[in-house]
Design a binder for this molecule. Structure first.
Ligand code: PDD
Length: 277
């Protein structure tokens, strides 16, 4: 594939960065993931707005809106994704320095990298998955889409060790999110999901599902639900750019509802698919 690196379009295997890049040494950088459906980036403005916010929060400034739109457009074109589904990955690190020092120097030139990979899409209702409950051990700025993902990786490894795709995380008994997804509970026909604050990534799919729910007349409460409430939930699902709306049938030994995809989740999966066309 052809990737973008600092102004150049090059074959992926020839893309190289300095070992003194602060992304390599400190994971000092930001990333964004944008789904592409039939050659069209989905909710691009929202993904870019989140990218700009993350960059602003850590004090990196990179080009303007026109640059990013052109980058996304060219990435799709150069890799022949005109009719295909893909997942764009974009990353900005603070740049390379002469030596390793924690405090970044002034005038660094950010390293900008972007690539696109195939996205395997399910067009019918995905089967409910089993997940596991874990304590959220990550830092207190989960609202920044940082490439420092060690906490997320440790949690993913723990989930994989018990054979599940994603853990559901809690802090002091309140559900936050997953290491790569947001969670929604359904109880008595209403949705509950953690509010947007420093404890979660403000998921683009999360916000989209909230809007779809509002259109469908489903009440949404942006309030965290409790670990103690998990056995009483009617339905549970997760959202992310790669999984869209994924029903959850079981958390460890707790069966959610009857373990199948419930009616509210099914309606939102349908609404999500319809919104892509
Ligand atoms: N993950 N929460 C976290 C911690 C995430 O990393 C992600 C996305 C989400 C869902 O956000 P969105 O709906 O905007 O994809 C929530 C991406 C896909 C990733 O890390 O690859």
């Amino acid at each position: 594939s052809t990737v973008y690196l600092n102004g150049d379009w090059i074959a992926a295997e020839h893309a190289k960065v300095s070992v003194f890049d602060r992304g390599f040494l400190f994971a000092d950088g930001i990333y964004e993931v944008v789904p592409v459906y039939s050659g069209k980036p989905f909710l691009l403005e929202r993904h870019l707005a989140r990218l700009y916010r993350s960059l602003r929060e850590i004090g990196i400034s990179v080009a303007d809106d026109a640059f990013w739109h052109e980058l996304v457009h060219d990435l799709i074109k150069r890799n022949n994704y005109g009719d295909a589904n893909g997942l764009i990955y974009m990353q900005v690190t603070r740049g390379a320095e002469a030596s390793r020092t924690h405090l970044p120097g002034p005038d660094l030139k950010p390293t900008v990298f972007a690539t696109i990979n195939p996205l395997a899409l399910h067009w019918d209702q995905p089967a409910p998955v089993r997940i596991t409950l874990l304590e959220d051990i990550r830092w207190l700025r989960c609202d920044i889409k940082s490439i420092s993902l060690l906490g997320n990786i440790l949690l993913k490894q723990q989930a994989a060790a018990v054979g599940v795709i994603e853990p559901i995380l809690h802090r002091d008994g309140l559900i936050t999110e997953g290491p790569a997804s947001n969670f929604f509970a359904v109880r008595n026909g209403a949705l509950y999901t953690a509010p947007k604050n420093h404890l979660i990534l403000p998921g683009i799919s999360r916000d989209w599902v909230i809007e779809l729910a509002a259109e469908a007349g489903i009440p949404v409460h942006e309030e965290p639900f409790k670990v103690a409430d998990l056995p009483q939930l009617d339905e549970l699902f997760l959202t992310s750019s790669s999984r869209e709306v994924q029903p959850v049938g079981q958390i460890d030994d707790i069966i959610i509802g009857d373990g199948q995809c419930g009616p509210v989740t099914a309606a939102l999966i349908e609404a999500f698919h319809a919104s892509k066309r």
